[in-house]
Design a protein. Structure first.
Length: 535
């Protein structure tokens, strides 16, 4: 049958390399990956391998945001990893290169390589170019915030339409240090993606050469016998987490790096992010907490320059990478654009502490993730406004019934309860558009987009669907959040609430959704569906 596909005797003597593509025409993030597959194939051949093409799915976070479809997003991470495992194991392939774009495709690729422990690497399709509106660069973040501004009456229909039409000018993943760019950077630091290959914007002419280089390395790694778990260990995971906090990156990385570690069988705790945030400042001025976009970071010197600054400050350790050079060798060859303002140093950071904190307390006994890169490095106390879904919260914000000083609680949106742990970008952006970012706290057992900013706390565990404390909160409860002491508590008689609590029935959606809800672990464990070592 392989002969029937056109393979010759010489081909069958070479390693067969899976070229796994997440190409789709549904989202700009992955739109261009079909064209980039050809230089990837060329690279595989140059490296001594035979490319074997497969496709898998993508679910766009940006398109599904605020809607029922967002429940599918995190679930798709598991489906992508599972499908890669089945295709590779089913056909006894020797190695893989996985082409990724939108948010969940990136960690799913790393999870698959870690699970399979085969040689290979990950090629990120790159960032979208900025949109332009009124002479300034904009991104998808501006669209969601414009929705909030429109609800507040500060902009009209025509301005909202103008921003929406301009925000996404073509192919590429969302442009700030949102989840896609955060995870692409993290995988470079983890050693699974060639340094620099992901930096190049999606539509840049030089992207094809990076695709070719990555394909070549996938084949060479296979011949060298260097499998994925060679690169995934406690040191490289710490490096990846450091990159997340020092860049003000997406809190979704907490979930994804925990999941990758679980797949590789490497001990890993979400508390690492808090430890690192205490000692590692933010040295990249990137949206959503900063001013600039991923295209600007690329022009300034890219991931290599950012890594060089961390290396010089002793914040990361040397480790092998799929390029064949160590992390420090890659960083030492970084170029810096004269006068660049995007990357600073540890001695002169944009923010003195890192972008992620892990909170505990009687509201979150197993932990919660507090994003502090833009706001939130202080205490907050206020009355709870409790909502049992994202839609209910969004309606209240749009009706302008949420006031400064409120603590908005959105529950039953966790991995099991959602199911699928939806992102709350619609709500956070609407609050920002009304000028309430940082003036309202938001806590949820769901998660946040990398574009979210404000006083936001997600991944509250245990989640409401598992009877977590967040399920016991009522309107008017006074909630205290102390970012410095890493606490989130409420003035509640928890024993009395627990005694009167009636568990809510699990939402049934059928198919993959119900299967996921039955299998999924806590967000504090990465929301994975693989059996744990304790099972």
């Amino acid at each position: 049958m392989l002969r029937g596909t056109g393979l010759l005797d010489d081909d069958l003597e070479k390693p067969l390399i899976a070229v796994v593509n997440t190409w789709s025409t549904v989202t700009p993030c992955n739109l261009h990956l079909a064209a980039l597959a050809e230089p990837v194939r060329q690279g595989v051949k140059e490296g001594g391998g035979v490319p074997i093409d497969f496709n898998t799915i993508v679910v766009s976070d940006g398109i599904t945001m605020g809607a029922e479809g967002m429940r599918a997003s995190l679930i798709s991470r598991e489906v992508i990893a599972d499908s890669i495992e089945l295709a590779v194991r089913g056909h006894s392939l020797d190695g893989a290169i996985i082409m990724v774009g939108c948010d969940k495709t990136i960690p799913a690729a790393a999870m698959a390589l870690a699970r399979l422990d085969i040689p290979g690497c990950i090629f990120y399709g790159g960032t979208i170019m900025p949109g332009r509106c009124e002479g300034r660069d904009i991104s998808i973040q501006d669209v969601f915030e414009a929705v909030g501004a429109h609800a507040a009456g500060t902009i009209g229909d025509e301005k909202l339409d103008e921003i929406e039409r301009a925000a996404c000018p073509g192919a590429g993943a969302c442009g700030g240090q949102f989840t896609a760019n955060t995870m692409a950077m993290a995988l470079a630091f983890l050693g699974l993606a060639p340094i620099g290959a992901g930096d190049v914007p999606a539509v840049a002419p030089e992207k094809a050469e990076e695709a070719r280089r990555s394909g070549r390395r996938a084949a060479e790694l296979t011949i060298e016998g260097k499998s994925a778990r060679r690169f995934i260990n406690e040191i490289s995971l710490r490096n990846a987490a450091t990159a997340v906090v020092a860049s003000g990156g997406s809190t979704n990385a907490v979930l994804h790096l925990t999941a990758i570690a679980a797949e590789a069988g490497v001990p890993f705790s979400i508390d690492l992010f808090d430890e690192l945030s205490r000692e590692t400042p933010v040295i990249a001025d990137l949206k959503p907490g900063g001013k600039y976009l991923a295209r600007d970071l690329y022009e300034a010197g890219g991931v290599a320059l950012f890594g060089k600054r961390l290396m010089e400050g002793g914040a990361v350790a040397d480790a092998p990478t799929v390029s064949g050079r160590t992390l420090f060798q890659e960083f030492k060859s970084a170029r810096e654009a004269p006068g660049q303002k995007i990357v600073s140093t540890l001695d002169h950071p944009f923010k003195a502490t890192g972008g992620v904190r892990i909170l505990y307390g009687d509201v979150a006994p197993e932990g919660a993730v507090h994003k502090t890169a833009g706001y939130g490095d202080r205490a907050f106390e206020g009355p709870a406004r409790v909502f049992d879904s994202e839609e209910a919260a969004f309606a209240a914000v749009n009706a302008r019934s949420v006031r400064a000083g409120d603590v908005v609680v959105i529950r039953y949106e966790g991995p099991k309860g959602g199911p699928g742990m939806r992102e709350m970008l619609g709500v956070t952006a609407a609050l920002a558009g009304q000028g309430l970012a940082g003036k309202v706290a938001l806590i949820t057992d769901g998660r946040f987009s990398g574009a979210s900013h404000g006083f936001v706390i997600g991944h509250v565990s245990p989640e409401a669907a598992n009877g977590g404390a967040i399920a016991l909160l009522k309107n008017g409860d006074i909630i205290r959040i102390d970012s410095e002491s890493r606490r989130i508590d409420a003035d509640v008689d928890w024993a009395a609430r627990r005694a009167a609590f009636i568990p809510r029935a699990q939402m049934r959606m059928g198919g993959a959704f119900d299967k996921y809800a039955r299998l999924v672990s806590s967000a504090s464990k990465g929301a994975v569906t693989i059996p744990s070592s304790a099972d």
